[in-house]
Design a protein around this ligand. Structure first.
Ligand code: EPZ
Length: 416
């Protein structure tokens, strides 16, 4: 297993271009199944999760060509509609491929994606929406077999604004002979990026970014090339890393409007932030002030930023309350932070973080993607050297992290 070796107490200083968004690239890669054409995607982050999704499309019969952050996906050669178990397990978010397969081929078979490190990750909202659209789902022991003669345009009310369910149902509704209305949908920027991509293909979708999305079915979709939006969680991650180290950073190629909840909490904690249309400049105070956060669906504070922000609060002045409202197991990095000297107590969905003056580097273990990113933040701040095992978790969602941190005056190496 590979590990990161980080020498702490260096200030982040410099300028960085943010990569394309993992959580926008994944549904857009899946959506390339729909048109049976050769599609070109730019600014696709070269990370484990996007490569996992591309492997699944290749296994279904797509022809994939990758050159850096440019990916060509030819979906005219798809021959099967069964997502392999091991690929599904490796990439549970590949469940959004199901909507695209059903839309085009009226058939999809997959094994239940199951939970992951941060929670049970049910897909009941996806399944209930498919059933409302007239899709028969045979849930036998091992597989979910989805079949239908025709997909019916439906009125769907989501119990919860699930990102994945919103995306999956948008894809499934693309070719119906009427209008599908989905209410209480997720409003994340990645949903807007997906709508833009699908309409570029010739779909007829409106409402992304609001809580109601309307999909008017079309007969066919054309070939498309598209530039993936910047990654708002990577943006927030580097802003928090900078704030934690007392440094200053210029982030380019970003959309500051997508990270407003994080920017406002960083300002509340004492950072100076200057926003321009495609970039943000952050200057940190000598010591951050403790601020409370609670995670909510967009436009609330993003759950994907919770662990990283919590890690930043471990050395802020004062006590902070962190409330995680979306996932049931997203404080897994806390025991490792405590081993570095942090003072955190967790009870249910809340963590109380009592700021300490310093953290001390030691050997720690990453347990999930964003929890691993949080441990890196703590290591940047800590006295001495920190070794982080299991860094493959982090490489699921952060592209060229080693080069990026090294370019920002950080003593960071990877072994194995
Ligand atoms: C997406 O996951 C993101 N992943 C997650 O990012 C992100 O944390 C999450 O949205 C919330 O913003 C991708 O986009 C690939 P949800 P998703 O469905 O779609 C419950 C990262 O670190 N729920 O919005 O799986 C669910 O249990 C990852 O980049 C149901 O109950 O999230 C959770 O409590 C982690 N039934 C809540 O909704 C369902 O059918 C939010 O889940 C679906 C979801």
């Amino acid at each position: 297993m590979s590990k990161y070796i980080i020498k702490g107490e260096n200030k982040i200083e410099g300028e960085l271009n943010i990569s394309g968004s993992k959580n926008s690239a994944l549904p857009i890669i899946a959506a390339c199944i729909l048109n049976g054409e050769k599609n070109i995607l730019y600014n696709v982050p070269d990370i484990r999760d996007t490569n996992g999704m591309l492997n699944i499309l290749e296994d279904l019969g797509c022809k994939i060509k990758k050159k850096g952050n440019k990916v060509i996906i030819d979906s005219s050669t798809i021959t099967k509609f069964h997502i392999k178990d091991e690929l599904m397990r490796e990439m549970r978010s590949s469940v959004i491929i199901v909507g695209a397969l059903i839309a085009r081929f009226k058939s999809a078979t997959f094994s239940y994606p199951g939970g992951c490190e941060i929670g049970a990750r049910p897909i009941d909202l996806h399944i209930n929406g498919f059933k409302k659209m007239g899709i028969n789902i045979d849930e036998n022991t091992r597989y979910m077999i989805c079949k239908c003669d025709r997909i019916i345009p439906a009125e769907i009310q989501l119990d919860f604004p699930s990102v994945g369910a919103t995306e999956n149902l948008m894809l499934a509704a693309i070719f119906t002979d009427g209008e599908t209305v989905i209410r209480n949908v997720a409003m994340e920027p990645e949903i807007e990026d997906l709508e833009k991509f699908l309409n570029r293909m010739g779909a007829n979708i409106s409402g992304a970014g609001s809580n109601i999305i309307r999909i008017r079915g079309v007969k066919r979709l054309k070939q498309v090339s598209y530039n993936i939006m910047p990654d708002r969680i990577e943006t927030g991650t580097f802003l928090c890393y900078t704030a934690m180290t007392g440094g200053e950073i210029i982030l380019n190629n970003i959309n500051p409007d997508n990270v407003l909840p994080v920017l406002s909490k960083l300002e509340e904690s004492g950072c100076k932030i200057y926003r321009e249309p495609r970039r943000v400049i952050l200057k940190s105070p000598k010591r951050l002030k403790a601020v409370d956060i609670q995670t909510l669906p967009y436009p609330g504070f993003p759950t994907d930023m919770q662990s990283i922000f919590l890690s930043m609060l471990t050395t802020a002045k004062g006590t902070a309350l962190v409330t995680e409202n979306l996932f049931e197991n997203r404080f897994k990095c806390v025991p490792e932070l405590i081993r570095m000297g942090a003072k955190i107590s967790v009870s249910g969905s809340c963590a109380i973080v009592k700021g300490v003056k310093k953290l001390v580097g030691t050997d720690i273990v990453a347990t999930d993607l964003r929890g691993g990113a949080a441990l890196i933040g703590a290591a940047l701040k800590a006295k001495g050297t920190t070794i982080i095992e299991n860094c493959q978790f982090v490489e699921r969602g952060y592209e060229k992290l080693e080069n990026k941190l090294q370019s920002l005056n950080i003593d960071f190496t990877k072994e194995g």
